[in-house]
Design a protein around this ligand. Structure first.
Ligand code: URP
Ligand code: ZN
Ligand code: ZN
Ligand code: ZN
Length: 478
């Protein structure tokens, strides 16, 4: 007996890990940590000062920053919208994500008109599973209300789709009237789900669009003029009023917020105990309306539109203060041909498919313009890029942190790497980027997804279809 006990001890101490990360400088929301991280079966197995046990593979991360793999809670792969299907399918889009240190995307299931939620969920899984390289979760868009859709809300939540998106804009396509928004938020809340809201006043925007078109004002800049700041602020105020009336159990977040005032409305409710949150996107932090006036201005058409530098500054301030909860890219990629609807001339602004690429740019933009410029800390970087999205979408603590038992998902940042951004260094299925020529310092040089190196130095090596569906749990940690 004694002999076998000693044998057991020996076996234990000669534990072989799959991967050992040495000389790590890791960042979590609770500060930096220096030491080693050991990984077994895709999970973080041990975190320590100097781990001496064996590993199949060892990587020395001296001089690099390690952060939890980013969670991009806002992507549209293979998204049918405005008559086009986005150019990044789950393969191209999730490869771009992986190259940008994003180990999990949360994509929007978009039912066709008349389609029920469960069959749309099946379609999205079937599209994603054979192609994804990153892990993925799903949100559900609801575009109409009927008995079947209301009945299926708890059923899709059971499948791990715990967050939804409702639209106050895109009249005649995705927009819902206030009564239906109310009914859906109430129903989603009854089952513990989270409601995402596209907050813009679609009725008034539609009027403005018609006014401009009737005056022959068709250039991309009129996309901005037809969607004024105040129409986002109004819609945010309206939906916050409606949701607050339902009660304090409602979990709601305003997606892709582009104005400081809309953030402030949500923050003031949060201070009163409401579980209301904001997301913003990298393009609202870095680009302004002038881009819509360029010859390639059609590439910069997304909704809400790019805004003034004053608004950009307001967003940075609110990102630093903790008022903005998450960063999602709103990755929604159309080729030049799609943006121009296969014509020579740029079509009238209201016919340009809305959306821009971005999943690969979250990390460099937030790191360079946020951390390196001294506006946000690394802790805040981690909070908005992984910890908060993981909590909001029910993926925490499997995702969004670095601790034993969590998935071994990491982005490795070279803080000094200088890169001039161009389509050549990115991985989307298009030949342009909205950040062309932007020079940043700090770049993702390695991505580890569930213990596997899936990206290194410009090359995505993760296999097509190796990403996993990660079902969300209705969030309690908010
Ligand atoms: O312009 C955008 N944002 N396109 C994607 C659809 C949406 O509203 O998120
Ligand atoms: Zn092994
Ligand atoms: Zn939207
Ligand atoms: Zn979107």
């Amino acid at each position: 007996m004694r002999v076998s006990f000693i044998k057991y001890i020996k076996l234990k101490s000669s534990m072989t890990y799959d991967l050992l990360l040495k000389n790590v400088k890791a960042f979590t929301t609770s500060g930096p940590f220096e030491g080693d991280i050991a990984i077994k079966d895709g999970k973080i197995s041990k975190i320590g000062g100097d781990i001496q046990e064996q590993a199949d593979k060892t990587i020395d991360l001296s001089g690099k920053y390690l952060v939890p793999g980013l969670i991009d809670g806002h992507t549209h792969m293979e998204f049918p919208f405005m008559g086009e299907v986005t150019a990044d399918d789950f393969y191209y889009g999730s490869r771009a994500a992986i190259a940008g240190g994003v180990t999990t995307i949360v994509d929007f299931v978009t039912p066709a008109k008349g389609q029920d939620l469960l069959s749309a969920y099946e379609k999205w899984s079937n599209n994603a599973d054979p192609k994804v390289v990153s892990d993925y979760g799903l949100h559900m868009i609801i575009r109409e209300v009927n008995t079947k859709i209301l009945e299926q809300i708890p059923e899709v939540i059971n499948k791990g789709v715990v967050s939804f998106k409702l639209f106050m804009a895109y009249k005649n396509e995705l927009m819902l009237p206030d009564g239906e928004l109310y009914k859906l938020i109430k129903r989603i809340s009854d089952f513990g789900g989270v409601t995402g809201i596209h907050a813009e006043n679609g009725e008034i925007i539609n009027e403005l669009i018609q006014e401009f078109l009737s005056e022959g004002k068709i250039d991309p800049i009129y996309h901005y003029y037809s969607r004024p700041d105040i129409m986002e602020i109004e819609a945010t105020n309206r939906i916050a009023s409606i949701a607050s009336m339902i009660g304090k159990d409602v979990k709601m977040y305003i997606v892709h917020t582009s104005t400081g005032e809309a953030v402030d409305i949500i923050s003031s409710y949060r201070r009163q105990g409401f579980k209301f949150f904001n997301e913003t996107a990298p393009h609202y932090l870095t680009l302004n309306t002038d881009f819509l006036k360029r010859p390639d201005g059609y590439r910069y058409v997304m909704s809400p539109p790019l805004r003034s530098d004053e608004q950009r500054t307001k967003l940075w301030i609110r990102l630093a203060s903790g008022d903005i909860f998450t960063i999602g890219s709103d990755h929604c990629v159309y080729s030049d041909a799609q943006k121009k609807r296969y014509k020579e001339e740029v079509p009238p602004f209201n016919e340009i498919p809305n959306g821009v690429p971005g999943t690969e740019n979250i990390l460099p933009i937030l790191f360079y313009y946020g951390v390196k410029k001294g506006i946000i800390s690394m802790e805040r970087f981690v909070e908005v890029t992984s910890y908060n999205p993981a909590r909001l979408f029910g993926l925490y603590p499997r995702k969004g942190t670095i601790m034993p038992g969590s998935d071994a998902d990491f982005a490795v940042i070279d803080p000094n790497r200088k890169v001039r951004i161009s389509a050549d260094v990115l991985h989307s299925n298009i030949n342009y980027t909205i950040y062309d020529g932007m020079e940043v310092e700090g770049w993702n040089v390695m991505t580890i997804r569930r213990g596997e190196v899936v990206y290194e130095e410009g090359q995505v090596i993760g296999k097509k279809g190796s990403g996993k569906y990660i079902p969300g749990k209705t969030p309690i940690l908010l």
